[in-house]
Design a protein around this ligand. Sequence first.
Ligand code: SF4
Length: 150
Amino acid sequence: MTTMTALKEIPLIQSGIHKTRSVCGYCGVGCAVDILTKDDRIVGIQPAMDGPANEGALCVKGQFAFDYVHHPDRLKMPLVRRGDGKLHETTWDEALDVAAAGFRQVVERHGRHAVYGIASGRTPSEANYMMQKFMRVGFGANYIDNCSRA
Ligand code: SF4
């Protein structure tokens, strides 16, 4: 009886819950999901039954790991570590300049094999191509990987 109740369709409109079709961004499989929101907050994720890659199934990450979206510790601005040793919010322009200077400094001190690139599993093929070009042409290093393995 409990199982039957759990499987019943939730009356979404009456409950104030909205359903938005999207794609899970955790890995490269690309499972289709229906994101359930109420009052601008995510309250659940359902697998899309007609998702071509997942056909109604999701792994635990895709189905349940969404609490980070509203977590108070979530980073919303780039941070750089300044002379006081602490992280400070900054602009993307400054953060990228600091990161580029850091890469240059490492290569100057330790050589091109001291840098390693890891692309996000969320990136499309074109971005992964650019990432390997960045490492190979920019630094002369072949150390490049991604985290597409879910
Ligand atoms: S396998 Fe899991 S992590 Fe990858 S897209 Fe599907 S639900 Fe998301």
